[in-house]
Write a protein of this length. Structure first.
Length: 594
């Protein structure tokens, strides 16, 4: 009893929350940059300019600074200048320093937890059980679904946006009580800044009146009227966005950026509804976790499938229950409405966001699950104290262990992709990235046996990626490199040819063809010196297929044909030599010794 009394003290509760938030994520300090960190730090020309790049950041699309990449190559426009500006400031003072980047993310998370506890304890749950805010925040701190937001530097925008929204809510609630202009200004400013960080922040136009209705007992009409200033700010943001980047949404033929590219309209709708339920499943059982759920990790489903029907009925059931208990101001009703309000814009039902599912997108919506679980614990504890405490402790322990382990897996691309091969075995991106990582490891491995093993693994995962999707030139390029490392020059040549056909303007593909042509030409000469004429022909033919301008390969091929008394093919080959190099010397006697 004495211990519980101490823990129930709000200052003690806050200290416990901040300590756990820091302790669980401290291991990310030793992580490197991973996945999309290049977009916002290591490969962003605007960010690399530091303070000088901020004007360009505010006047361009979010991805425009990525080595001059046209952001329209990706689905949907993005105007998120505030987050990038903060990265530019970091680069100005610290350069590219992974430890600093991860430290900032940790400190932002700690700050967020402090603000969230203040919001819930002092404003939202002021008439609820004293421990509801504490247990809710405790569950939020330890939930493994948040590891991507904290461990992936690029996801800092989720942290910043949520912090700004919490401050906005606190200020607007104070304004609704005291009608103070200063609080209104702060609330609207923070909301506007949150929109400049993540567009999905617009959901809080609906969240604010929900809080007023459920926890301050305002009428529906009054709650909506008090939210009108937020709506006006959103309109101002849309106007600014339109003036800077417009509203055009271009299509893409890249399946990694358009996950529903090959789905029919009915398949796309059914799959999106199923994914919404999958989000709920990850909140309840966050295992396994993955950095990627792209094509084909979540296969398309039909509207007549059991998965879709069950998903749709579950969603409709939750919404119906929320509406039924709405006038009773049920906490469950609030949580359901809050969850759907904060996740709706990223479900791909409004606009395709470029990813079917991402764990970072559950950062704000997960609060609803934490509130529900905390409320359920408090309710059960009244009658079953020991069982409730044991259950909560088990959940906190399991979630904490998973969070620490998952943070470690985010150390770098290699550790992350290799870990996610188990959790996302059918993901095109994970398999192709894993193959790429093994090729890189092989190139820098001095041990011949281990080098060969890495190339074999690159082939395994590269072939798996190619089986999932065969029209990505970079998969073919990378797989070709793996086969080349295994000295399978014919298979590597075929893959590089395939890559070149898919993307003729890719300089690396053309370079690979020329390189492979030269290698096969030299191997053909080696076979020729050994008197292995048939294998020499195969090499020279493949060499000319790879590079039709390889004069010496055509010349040697023609000479061998003459040697085999095949004058027709011999003349064809040498006629090509004459076109390519009119001054070339032809000496049939060179081949008489073979």
């Amino acid at each position: 009893m004495f211990t519980e009394k101490i823990i129930s003290n709000k200052q003690v509760q806050l200290l416990i929350l901040l300590f756990i938030a820091l302790a669980l994520n401290i291991n990310t300090l030793f992580n490197e940059y991973a996945v999309d960190d290049a977009i916002v730090l290591t490969d962003n020309t605007f960010v690399e300019k530091g303070l000088k790049g901020i004007p360009e950041i505010f006047s361009q699309d979010y991805l425009k600074g990525l080595n001059g990449l046209d952001a329209k190559e990706l689905s949907g426009g993005r105007y998120r200048p505030l987050g990038l500006s903060i990265f530019a400031l970091e680069h100005q003072f610290f350069g590219e320093n992974p430890m600093v980047s991860h430290l900032i993310n940790i400190l932002l998370f700690v700050l967020l937890i402090a603000l969230l506890y203040k919001l819930l304890h002092h404003y939202v749950f002021r008439n609820q059980d004293n421990n509801l805010a504490f247990i809710t925040c405790l569950l939020f701190v330890v939930h493994p679904i948040h590891t991507e937001v904290i461990a992936n530097v690029k996801s800092r925008d989720e942290l910043i946006a949520f912090i700004l929204l919490i401050v906005s809510l606190i200020a607007l609630i104070k304004h609704s009580e005291k009608r103070t202009t200063g609080f209104l200004f702060i609330g609207l400013l923070c909301f506007f800044l949150a929109l400049l960080t993540k567009e999905s922040s617009v959901a809080f136009v609906g969240v604010f009146p929900l809080i007023l209705y459920f926890f301050y007992f305002h009428s529906i009409k009054k709650s909506l009227l008090l939210a009108i200033p937020l709506l006006l700010v959103f309109i101002a943001y849309l106007t600014l966005r339109f003036l800077v980047i417009g509203f055009s949404i271009s299509s893409s033929d890249n399946i990694l950026n358009m996950p529903f590219l090959f789905a029919t309209a009915s398949e796309a709708f059914a799959t999106k509804i199923f994914i919404l339920i999958k989000y709920i499943g990850l909140l309840m059982f966050p295992y396994p976790l993955s950095s990627d759920y792209s094509y084909n990790q979540i296969p398309y489903i039909e509207i007549y499938s059991f998965s879709f029907i069950l998903s749709l009925l579950t969603i409709l059931g939750l919404i119906a229950f929320a509406i039924y208990t709405f006038r009773k101001r049920s906490l469950f009703s609030f949580c359901i409405l809050y969850f759907f309000a904060t996740i709706f814009l990223v479900t791909n039902l409004v606009v395709d966001i470029g990813a079917p599912l991402a764990e970072r997108l559950l950062f704000q919506p997960s609060l609803a699950f934490c509130i529900l679980l905390a409320a359920l614990f408090i309710k059960v504890k009244i009658s079953f104290r020991l069982i409730a405490n044991a259950t909560l402790f088990s959940i906190l322990l399991l979630f904490s262990v998973k969070t620490i382990r998952r943070n470690a897996e985010w150390k770098n691309n290699e550790t992350l992709y290799f870990a996610d091969l188990t959790s996302a075995p059918n993901s095109l991106r994970i398999n192709s990235y894993a193959a790429e990582q093994y090729v890189v490891k092989a190139k820098f491995e001095p041990n011949a046996e281990l080098k060969n093993e890495y190339y074999k693994k690159a082939v395994f995962y590269g072939e798996r990626a190619l089986k999932i999707y065969s029209k990505d030139p970079f998969i073919s390029m990378n797989l070709g490199s793996a086969y080349f490392g295994l000295l399978d020059y014919y298979r590597s040549a075929d893959l590089w040819i395939q890559a070149y056909k898919l993307k003729p303007d890719e300089p690396e593909a053309k370079k690979a063809l020329d390189f492979s042509s030269t290698v096969l030409y030299k191997q053909g000469n080696s076979f020729l010196e050994k008197g292995n004429v048939d294998d020499a022909i195969k090499c020279f033919l493949k060499s000319t297929e790879l590079n039709s301008n390889n004069v010496e390969a055509w010349y040697n091929l023609g000479g061998i044909y003459f040697l085999k008394n095949d004058s027709i093919n011999g003349m064809k080959s040498w006629n090509i030599v004459k076109k390519l190099d009119p001054n070339h010397q032809f000496k049939k006697e060179e081949f008489l010794n073979y």
